[in-house]
Ligand binder design. Structure first.
Ligand code: ATP
Ligand code: MG
Length: 442
Protein backbone atom coordinates (compact mmCIF):
# COMPACT_ATOMS: atom_id res chain seq x y z
CA UNK A 1 0.00 0.00 0.00
CA UNK A 2 1.23 3.49 -0.85
CA UNK A 3 1.06 5.95 1.99
CA UNK A 4 0.05 8.79 -0.34
CA UNK A 5 -3.11 6.88 -1.24
CA UNK A 6 -3.98 5.54 2.17
CA UNK A 7 -6.47 7.19 4.48
CA UNK A 8 -4.19 7.76 7.44
CA UNK A 9 -4.74 11.34 8.62
CA UNK A 10 -1.67 11.84 10.81
CA UNK A 11 -1.62 14.74 13.27
CA UNK A 12 1.68 16.49 14.04
CA UNK A 13 0.85 17.29 17.66
CA UNK A 14 -0.99 15.70 20.52
CA UNK A 15 -4.63 16.77 20.61
CA UNK A 16 -5.31 18.46 23.94
CA UNK A 17 -8.40 16.37 24.72
CA UNK A 18 -6.38 13.14 24.84
CA UNK A 19 -5.17 12.45 28.38
CA UNK A 20 -3.61 9.02 28.03
CA UNK A 21 -1.14 7.67 25.52
CA UNK A 22 -3.46 5.25 23.74
CA UNK A 23 -5.97 8.01 23.07
CA UNK A 24 -3.18 10.32 21.93
CA UNK A 25 -1.68 7.79 19.55
CA UNK A 26 -5.02 6.69 18.13
CA UNK A 27 -5.87 10.27 17.22
CA UNK A 28 -2.39 11.15 16.01
CA UNK A 29 -2.02 8.10 13.81
CA UNK A 30 -5.52 8.62 12.40
CA UNK A 31 -6.89 5.37 13.73
CA UNK A 32 -10.22 6.69 14.97
CA UNK A 33 -12.39 9.76 14.64
CA UNK A 34 -14.81 10.81 17.33
CA UNK A 35 -18.44 10.96 16.15
CA UNK A 36 -19.93 12.08 19.48
CA UNK A 37 -19.11 11.57 23.16
CA UNK A 38 -17.85 8.02 23.61
CA UNK A 39 -18.76 7.07 20.02
CA UNK A 40 -16.12 6.64 17.34
CA UNK A 41 -15.65 5.87 13.68
CA UNK A 42 -12.82 3.45 13.02
CA UNK A 43 -10.54 4.57 10.20
CA UNK A 44 -8.53 2.08 8.09
CA UNK A 45 -5.48 1.78 10.33
CA UNK A 46 -7.42 1.34 13.57
CA UNK A 47 -10.01 -0.89 11.98
CA UNK A 48 -7.39 -3.20 10.52
CA UNK A 49 -5.82 -3.67 13.94
CA UNK A 50 -9.16 -4.27 15.64
CA UNK A 51 -10.12 -6.86 13.01
CA UNK A 52 -6.86 -8.73 13.60
CA UNK A 53 -7.51 -8.76 17.35
CA UNK A 54 -11.04 -9.95 16.70
CA UNK A 55 -9.74 -12.81 14.56
CA UNK A 56 -7.36 -14.00 17.30
CA UNK A 57 -10.18 -13.82 19.84
CA UNK A 58 -12.39 -15.83 17.46
CA UNK A 59 -9.77 -18.51 16.81
CA UNK A 60 -9.21 -19.02 20.53
CA UNK A 61 -12.96 -19.30 21.18
CA UNK A 62 -13.27 -21.87 18.41
CA UNK A 63 -10.37 -23.86 19.86
CA UNK A 64 -12.30 -24.59 23.07
CA UNK A 65 -15.35 -25.66 21.09
CA UNK A 66 -17.38 -22.47 21.34
CA UNK A 67 -19.70 -21.80 18.39
CA UNK A 68 -20.09 -18.40 16.84
CA UNK A 69 -23.50 -16.79 16.43
CA UNK A 70 -24.56 -13.20 15.86
CA UNK A 71 -27.26 -11.64 17.98
CA UNK A 72 -28.73 -8.22 17.16
CA UNK A 73 -27.65 -4.95 18.74
CA UNK A 74 -31.28 -3.95 19.34
CA UNK A 75 -33.25 -6.05 21.81
CA UNK A 76 -36.82 -6.11 23.03
CA UNK A 77 -37.45 -4.95 26.59
CA UNK A 78 -39.71 -7.98 27.16
CA UNK A 79 -36.88 -10.41 27.88
CA UNK A 80 -35.24 -7.90 30.21
CA UNK A 81 -38.49 -7.58 32.12
CA UNK A 82 -38.54 -11.36 32.51
CA UNK A 83 -35.06 -11.42 34.01
CA UNK A 84 -35.84 -8.41 36.20
CA UNK A 85 -32.95 -6.37 34.83
CA UNK A 86 -35.00 -3.85 32.86
CA UNK A 87 -35.42 -1.79 36.01
CA UNK A 88 -32.14 -2.79 37.69
CA UNK A 89 -29.79 -1.87 34.86
CA UNK A 90 -30.46 1.82 35.30
CA UNK A 91 -29.31 4.72 33.21
CA UNK A 92 -26.46 2.93 31.45
CA UNK A 93 -29.06 1.24 29.27
CA UNK A 94 -30.01 3.14 26.13
CA UNK A 95 -33.78 2.75 25.81
CA UNK A 96 -35.47 3.24 22.48
CA UNK A 97 -39.11 3.27 21.33
CA UNK A 98 -40.04 2.02 17.87
CA UNK A 99 -42.90 3.46 15.77
CA UNK A 100 -45.40 1.08 17.39
CA UNK A 101 -44.35 2.50 20.74
CA UNK A 102 -42.70 -0.77 21.70
CA UNK A 103 -39.88 -0.51 24.22
CA UNK A 104 -36.59 -1.58 22.73
CA UNK A 105 -33.02 -1.14 23.88
CA UNK A 106 -29.50 -1.16 22.49
CA UNK A 107 -27.93 -4.22 24.11
CA UNK A 108 -25.34 -3.53 26.84
CA UNK A 109 -24.83 -7.33 27.14
CA UNK A 110 -26.71 -10.43 25.98
CA UNK A 111 -27.56 -12.83 28.83
CA UNK A 112 -31.30 -12.41 28.25
CA UNK A 113 -31.14 -12.68 24.46
CA UNK A 114 -29.03 -15.83 24.49
CA UNK A 115 -31.17 -17.45 27.22
CA UNK A 116 -34.23 -16.77 25.06
CA UNK A 117 -32.51 -18.45 22.10
CA UNK A 118 -31.51 -21.42 24.20
CA UNK A 119 -34.86 -22.05 25.89
CA UNK A 120 -36.80 -22.05 22.64
CA UNK A 121 -34.56 -24.62 20.95
CA UNK A 122 -32.83 -27.00 23.35
CA UNK A 123 -34.66 -29.21 25.80
CA UNK A 124 -32.41 -32.11 26.73
CA UNK A 125 -29.28 -32.60 28.80
CA UNK A 126 -27.96 -34.53 25.81
CA UNK A 127 -27.35 -31.27 23.95
CA UNK A 128 -25.11 -29.96 26.73
CA UNK A 129 -22.64 -28.41 27.12
CA UNK A 130 -23.32 -25.52 24.77
CA UNK A 131 -20.80 -22.72 24.43
CA UNK A 132 -22.06 -19.88 22.25
CA UNK A 133 -20.37 -16.58 21.51
CA UNK A 134 -20.75 -13.54 19.35
CA UNK A 135 -18.68 -10.49 18.57
CA UNK A 136 -20.95 -7.49 18.40
CA UNK A 137 -21.26 -3.81 19.25
CA UNK A 138 -22.59 -2.94 22.67
CA UNK A 139 -23.90 0.32 24.03
CA UNK A 140 -23.65 1.51 27.62
CA UNK A 141 -24.48 5.08 28.38
CA UNK A 142 -21.43 5.48 30.60
CA UNK A 143 -21.64 8.48 32.87
CA UNK A 144 -18.07 9.44 32.09
CA UNK A 145 -16.98 8.17 28.69
CA UNK A 146 -13.27 8.90 28.47
CA UNK A 147 -9.84 7.90 27.29
CA UNK A 148 -11.08 7.44 23.73
CA UNK A 149 -12.20 3.91 22.97
CA UNK A 150 -11.03 2.65 26.38
CA UNK A 151 -14.25 3.71 28.01
CA UNK A 152 -16.58 4.33 25.15
CA UNK A 153 -20.34 4.32 25.11
CA UNK A 154 -20.43 2.21 21.95
CA UNK A 155 -17.82 -0.54 22.04
CA UNK A 156 -17.03 -3.86 20.41
CA UNK A 157 -17.16 -6.91 22.64
CA UNK A 158 -16.84 -10.65 22.38
CA UNK A 159 -19.34 -12.18 24.76
CA UNK A 160 -19.76 -15.90 25.24
CA UNK A 161 -22.30 -17.90 27.20
CA UNK A 162 -22.10 -21.42 28.57
CA UNK A 163 -24.99 -23.79 29.31
CA UNK A 164 -24.44 -26.88 31.45
CA UNK A 165 -26.35 -29.54 33.28
CA UNK A 166 -24.64 -29.21 36.68
CA UNK A 167 -22.31 -26.98 38.67
CA UNK A 168 -19.48 -29.41 38.09
CA UNK A 169 -19.89 -29.34 34.32
CA UNK A 170 -20.33 -25.57 34.43
CA UNK A 171 -16.98 -25.16 36.24
CA UNK A 172 -15.42 -27.18 33.44
CA UNK A 173 -16.84 -24.73 30.91
CA UNK A 174 -15.69 -21.81 33.06
CA UNK A 175 -12.17 -23.20 33.12
CA UNK A 176 -12.13 -23.66 29.34
CA UNK A 177 -12.77 -19.95 28.97
CA UNK A 178 -10.19 -19.18 31.65
CA UNK A 179 -7.61 -21.02 29.54
CA UNK A 180 -8.76 -19.52 26.26
CA UNK A 181 -8.41 -16.04 27.77
CA UNK A 182 -4.83 -16.69 28.86
CA UNK A 183 -4.03 -17.97 25.37
CA UNK A 184 -5.77 -15.05 23.65
CA UNK A 185 -3.94 -12.36 25.60
CA UNK A 186 -0.64 -14.12 25.14
CA UNK A 187 -1.07 -14.06 21.36
CA UNK A 188 -1.65 -10.33 21.68
CA UNK A 189 1.70 -10.08 23.50
CA UNK A 190 -0.04 -8.98 26.71
CA UNK A 191 0.44 -10.22 30.25
CA UNK A 192 -3.12 -10.36 31.53
CA UNK A 193 -3.52 -11.51 35.11
CA UNK A 194 -6.71 -13.24 36.25
CA UNK A 195 -8.03 -11.61 39.43
CA UNK A 196 -10.88 -12.59 41.66
CA UNK A 197 -13.58 -10.03 41.02
CA UNK A 198 -16.98 -8.83 42.04
CA UNK A 199 -19.84 -9.86 39.81
CA UNK A 200 -21.70 -6.52 39.72
CA UNK A 201 -24.97 -6.32 37.79
CA UNK A 202 -24.34 -9.62 35.98
CA UNK A 203 -24.77 -11.51 39.28
CA UNK A 204 -23.41 -14.81 40.60
CA UNK A 205 -20.46 -15.51 42.86
CA UNK A 206 -17.54 -16.86 40.83
CA UNK A 207 -15.78 -14.33 38.68
CA UNK A 208 -12.37 -13.30 37.36
CA UNK A 209 -11.25 -10.14 35.68
CA UNK A 210 -8.27 -10.31 33.33
CA UNK A 211 -6.15 -7.26 33.88
CA UNK A 212 -3.02 -5.85 32.29
CA UNK A 213 -0.84 -3.50 34.29
CA UNK A 214 -0.93 0.17 33.29
CA UNK A 215 -0.64 3.35 35.33
CA UNK A 216 -3.55 4.81 33.41
CA UNK A 217 -5.81 1.84 34.14
CA UNK A 218 -9.05 2.37 36.01
CA UNK A 219 -8.89 -0.81 38.08
CA UNK A 220 -6.96 -0.83 41.33
CA UNK A 221 -5.32 -4.20 41.96
CA UNK A 222 -3.71 -5.97 44.90
CA UNK A 223 -1.59 -8.90 44.00
CA UNK A 224 1.13 -11.33 44.85
CA UNK A 225 3.87 -10.64 42.30
CA UNK A 226 4.62 -14.30 41.81
CA UNK A 227 1.45 -14.67 39.76
CA UNK A 228 3.29 -12.91 36.90
CA UNK A 229 5.64 -15.86 36.52
CA UNK A 230 2.86 -18.33 35.80
CA UNK A 231 1.73 -19.55 32.44
CA UNK A 232 -0.85 -21.91 31.04
CA UNK A 233 1.47 -23.90 28.79
CA UNK A 234 0.69 -27.59 28.40
CA UNK A 235 -2.79 -27.33 29.81
CA UNK A 236 -5.04 -29.81 28.12
CA UNK A 237 -8.71 -29.25 27.48
CA UNK A 238 -9.62 -31.74 30.10
CA UNK A 239 -11.28 -31.36 33.52
CA UNK A 240 -8.43 -32.08 35.90
CA UNK A 241 -5.76 -30.39 33.92
CA UNK A 242 -7.86 -27.22 33.61
CA UNK A 243 -8.75 -27.17 37.29
CA UNK A 244 -5.09 -27.60 38.24
CA UNK A 245 -4.16 -24.72 35.99
CA UNK A 246 -6.78 -22.51 37.63
CA UNK A 247 -5.65 -23.60 41.11
CA UNK A 248 -2.10 -22.66 40.16
CA UNK A 249 -3.24 -19.10 39.48
CA UNK A 250 -5.59 -18.95 42.43
CA UNK A 251 -2.90 -19.95 44.93
CA UNK A 252 -1.66 -16.35 44.75
CA UNK A 253 -3.64 -13.50 46.25
CA UNK A 254 -4.79 -11.35 43.37
CA UNK A 255 -7.90 -9.21 43.56
CA UNK A 256 -9.47 -5.97 42.41
CA UNK A 257 -10.71 -3.13 44.56
CA UNK A 258 -14.11 -4.52 45.51
CA UNK A 259 -12.68 -7.79 46.80
CA UNK A 260 -9.74 -6.27 48.62
CA UNK A 261 -9.26 -7.03 52.28
CA UNK A 262 -6.20 -5.42 53.82
CA UNK A 263 -5.90 -7.79 56.71
CA UNK A 264 -6.04 -10.88 54.52
CA UNK A 265 -3.63 -9.39 51.97
CA UNK A 266 -1.02 -8.68 54.63
CA UNK A 267 -1.52 -12.07 56.19
CA UNK A 268 -1.14 -14.19 53.07
CA UNK A 269 1.35 -12.16 51.00
CA UNK A 270 4.80 -11.49 52.37
CA UNK A 271 5.94 -7.89 52.13
CA UNK A 272 8.42 -8.40 49.29
CA UNK A 273 5.77 -10.03 47.12
CA UNK A 274 3.06 -7.41 47.57
CA UNK A 275 2.14 -5.32 44.57
CA UNK A 276 -0.51 -2.62 44.70
CA UNK A 277 -0.98 -0.96 41.37
CA UNK A 278 -3.39 -0.13 38.57
CA UNK A 279 -4.52 -2.01 35.52
CA UNK A 280 -6.85 -2.18 32.57
CA UNK A 281 -9.63 -4.75 32.53
CA UNK A 282 -9.56 -6.50 29.16
CA UNK A 283 -11.74 -9.47 29.98
CA UNK A 284 -14.23 -10.62 32.60
CA UNK A 285 -15.73 -14.05 33.21
CA UNK A 286 -18.68 -14.95 35.45
CA UNK A 287 -20.44 -18.00 36.73
CA UNK A 288 -23.99 -17.34 37.88
CA UNK A 289 -25.71 -20.75 37.85
CA UNK A 290 -29.43 -20.51 37.24
CA UNK A 291 -29.90 -16.78 37.79
CA UNK A 292 -31.23 -16.18 34.26
CA UNK A 293 -32.38 -19.67 33.36
CA UNK A 294 -34.68 -19.75 36.39
CA UNK A 295 -36.10 -16.29 35.83
CA UNK A 296 -36.65 -17.00 32.15
CA UNK A 297 -37.61 -20.67 32.31
CA UNK A 298 -34.68 -22.24 30.47
CA UNK A 299 -34.65 -25.86 31.59
CA UNK A 300 -33.60 -29.23 30.22
CA UNK A 301 -34.78 -32.80 30.78
CA UNK A 302 -32.42 -34.80 32.97
CA UNK A 303 -31.61 -38.53 32.63
CA UNK A 304 -34.05 -39.68 35.35
CA UNK A 305 -37.03 -37.84 33.86
CA UNK A 306 -36.71 -34.72 36.03
CA UNK A 307 -36.15 -31.23 34.71
CA UNK A 308 -33.71 -28.62 35.90
CA UNK A 309 -32.72 -25.10 35.01
CA UNK A 310 -29.49 -24.91 33.02
CA UNK A 311 -26.38 -23.57 34.73
CA UNK A 312 -24.93 -20.60 32.94
CA UNK A 313 -21.81 -18.49 32.79
CA UNK A 314 -20.84 -15.49 30.68
CA UNK A 315 -17.47 -14.41 29.35
CA UNK A 316 -16.56 -11.01 27.90
CA UNK A 317 -13.53 -9.61 26.12
CA UNK A 318 -13.30 -5.92 25.24
CA UNK A 319 -12.16 -6.21 21.62
CA UNK A 320 -12.15 -2.46 20.92
CA UNK A 321 -10.64 -1.68 24.35
CA UNK A 322 -7.81 -4.11 23.55
CA UNK A 323 -6.57 -1.83 20.77
CA UNK A 324 -6.00 0.85 23.41
CA UNK A 325 -4.70 -1.61 25.97
CA UNK A 326 -1.98 -2.85 23.60
CA UNK A 327 -0.95 0.74 22.97
CA UNK A 328 -0.80 1.46 26.70
CA UNK A 329 1.47 -1.58 27.06
CA UNK A 330 3.70 -1.02 24.02
CA UNK A 331 3.84 2.67 23.11
CA UNK A 332 7.06 4.45 24.03
CA UNK A 333 5.52 7.91 24.19
CA UNK A 334 8.77 9.68 25.11
CA UNK A 335 10.42 8.65 21.85
CA UNK A 336 7.08 8.47 20.05
CA UNK A 337 7.65 4.91 18.90
CA UNK A 338 4.82 2.40 18.67
CA UNK A 339 5.69 -1.20 18.04
CA UNK A 340 2.66 -3.36 17.35
CA UNK A 341 3.01 -7.06 18.04
CA UNK A 342 3.31 -8.67 14.60
CA UNK A 343 0.14 -10.66 15.29
CA UNK A 344 -2.01 -7.51 15.08
CA UNK A 345 0.22 -4.95 13.37
CA UNK A 346 -1.54 -2.82 10.73
CA UNK A 347 1.42 -3.54 8.40
CA UNK A 348 4.25 -6.01 8.87
CA UNK A 349 6.88 -3.66 7.53
CA UNK A 350 7.37 -0.04 6.46
CA UNK A 351 9.38 0.76 3.33
CA UNK A 352 10.92 4.20 3.46
CA UNK A 353 12.51 5.21 0.15
CA UNK A 354 14.28 8.56 -0.04
CA UNK A 355 12.33 10.11 -2.86
CA UNK A 356 13.01 13.38 -4.63
CA UNK A 357 11.47 14.87 -7.70
CA UNK A 358 14.32 14.11 -10.09
CA UNK A 359 15.22 10.70 -8.86
CA UNK A 360 12.62 7.98 -8.35
CA UNK A 361 15.09 5.09 -8.28
CA UNK A 362 14.62 4.52 -4.53
CA UNK A 363 10.86 4.41 -4.93
CA UNK A 364 11.21 2.00 -7.86
CA UNK A 365 13.40 -0.17 -5.72
CA UNK A 366 10.80 -0.08 -2.91
CA UNK A 367 8.10 -1.14 -5.33
CA UNK A 368 10.21 -4.06 -6.50
CA UNK A 369 10.94 -5.09 -2.93
CA UNK A 370 7.21 -4.95 -2.24
CA UNK A 371 6.52 -7.37 -5.11
CA UNK A 372 8.77 -9.88 -3.43
CA UNK A 373 7.15 -9.22 -0.02
CA UNK A 374 3.66 -9.75 -1.45
CA UNK A 375 4.75 -13.14 -2.80
CA UNK A 376 5.72 -14.02 0.74
CA UNK A 377 2.50 -12.74 2.29
CA UNK A 378 4.22 -9.82 3.97
CA UNK A 379 2.10 -6.68 4.12
CA UNK A 380 4.10 -3.47 3.56
CA UNK A 381 3.32 0.23 3.72
CA UNK A 382 5.45 2.30 1.34
CA UNK A 383 6.03 5.97 2.05
CA UNK A 384 6.07 7.30 -1.52
CA UNK A 385 5.81 10.96 -0.50
CA UNK A 386 8.69 13.37 -1.01
CA UNK A 387 8.91 14.47 2.60
CA UNK A 388 12.29 14.48 4.30
CA UNK A 389 13.80 11.50 6.05
CA UNK A 390 13.08 12.50 9.61
CA UNK A 391 9.43 13.31 9.06
CA UNK A 392 8.98 10.02 7.21
CA UNK A 393 10.49 8.08 10.07
CA UNK A 394 8.41 9.98 12.63
CA UNK A 395 5.25 9.03 10.80
CA UNK A 396 6.21 5.38 10.48
CA UNK A 397 7.12 5.31 14.14
CA UNK A 398 3.58 6.37 14.98
CA UNK A 399 1.99 3.90 12.58
CA UNK A 400 4.01 1.20 14.25
CA UNK A 401 4.77 -1.49 11.67
CA UNK A 402 7.30 -3.54 13.66
CA UNK A 403 9.95 -3.58 10.91
CA UNK A 404 11.38 -0.93 8.58
CA UNK A 405 13.55 -0.90 5.45
CA UNK A 406 15.14 2.44 4.65
CA UNK A 407 16.04 2.77 1.00
CA UNK A 408 18.66 5.48 0.74
CA UNK A 409 22.41 5.76 0.59
CA UNK A 410 22.97 2.83 2.93
CA UNK A 411 20.79 0.47 0.92
CA UNK A 412 23.10 0.10 -2.10
CA UNK A 413 23.14 -3.13 -4.05
CA UNK A 414 21.73 -6.20 -2.40
CA UNK A 415 22.14 -5.24 1.21
CA UNK A 416 19.27 -3.24 2.66
CA UNK A 417 19.15 -0.96 5.67
CA UNK A 418 16.77 -2.87 7.90
CA UNK A 419 15.62 -2.46 11.46
CA UNK A 420 13.19 -3.65 13.99
CA UNK A 421 11.45 -0.49 15.08
CA UNK A 422 13.30 1.23 17.91
CA UNK A 423 16.36 -1.05 17.54
CA UNK A 424 19.75 -0.80 15.83
CA UNK A 425 20.02 -0.84 12.04
CA UNK A 426 21.36 -3.92 10.28
CA UNK A 427 22.41 -4.44 6.65
CA UNK A 428 20.68 -7.52 5.35
CA UNK A 429 19.61 -9.07 2.09
CA UNK A 430 15.92 -9.08 1.24
CA UNK A 431 15.91 -12.87 1.45
CA UNK A 432 17.21 -12.70 5.01
CA UNK A 433 14.67 -10.03 5.97
CA UNK A 434 11.83 -12.13 4.60
CA UNK A 435 13.12 -15.09 6.55
CA UNK A 436 13.19 -13.09 9.81
CA UNK A 437 9.64 -11.82 9.39
CA UNK A 438 8.21 -15.16 8.31
CA UNK A 439 9.77 -16.82 11.30
CA UNK A 440 8.19 -14.26 13.64
CA UNK A 441 4.83 -14.69 12.00
CA UNK A 442 4.64 -18.37 12.85
P1 ATP B 1 -15.65 -1.85 33.52
O1 ATP B 1 -15.43 -2.37 34.90
O2 ATP B 1 -14.41 -1.45 32.81
O3 ATP B 1 -16.75 -0.85 33.42
P2 ATP B 1 -17.47 -3.97 33.10
O4 ATP B 1 -17.15 -4.79 34.26
O5 ATP B 1 -18.68 -3.13 33.12
O6 ATP B 1 -16.21 -3.07 32.70
P3 ATP B 1 -18.07 -6.29 31.49
O7 ATP B 1 -19.54 -6.24 31.55
O8 ATP B 1 -17.35 -7.29 32.27
O9 ATP B 1 -17.47 -4.84 31.78
O10 ATP B 1 -17.65 -6.32 29.95
C1 ATP B 1 -16.66 -7.17 29.38
C2 ATP B 1 -15.50 -6.40 28.81
O11 ATP B 1 -15.93 -5.37 27.92
C3 ATP B 1 -14.69 -5.67 29.87
O12 ATP B 1 -13.74 -6.53 30.43
C4 ATP B 1 -14.03 -4.56 29.05
O13 ATP B 1 -12.84 -5.05 28.45
C5 ATP B 1 -15.05 -4.27 27.98
N1 ATP B 1 -15.79 -3.03 28.29
C6 ATP B 1 -16.73 -2.86 29.24
N2 ATP B 1 -17.19 -1.60 29.25
C7 ATP B 1 -16.53 -0.95 28.26
C8 ATP B 1 -16.57 0.38 27.75
N3 ATP B 1 -17.40 1.29 28.26
N4 ATP B 1 -15.75 0.70 26.71
C9 ATP B 1 -14.93 -0.23 26.17
N5 ATP B 1 -14.84 -1.48 26.61
C10 ATP B 1 -15.64 -1.86 27.64
MG1 MG C 1 -16.11 -6.13 34.62
Amino acid sequence: MLLSKSFVPILKNNPSEAKIKSHQLMLRAGMIKQASAGIYSWLPLGFKIMKKIEEIVRQEQNKIGAQEILMPTIQSSDIWKESGRYEDYGEEMLRIKDRQNREMLYGPTNEEQVTEIFRSSLKSYKSLPQLLYHIQWKFRDEIRPRFGIMRGREFYMKDAYSFDVSDEEAFFSYNKFFLSYLRTFKRLALTAIPMAADTGPIGGNLSHEFIILADTGESKIFTDKRIFDLNSNDTELEKNSLQQMRNKFEQYYSVTDEKFNKEEFEKVVSEENRLITKGIEVGHIFYFGDKYSKAMGASVDLPGGKKDFVKMGSYGIGVSRLVGAIIEAKFDDKNEIMKWPLSVAPYDIALVPMVNKNDTSALDKAININKELIKNNIDALIDDTDENYSSKIKKMNLIGAPYQIIIGKKSEGDLLEFKEIGEETQNLSLAKIIEIIKKQKN
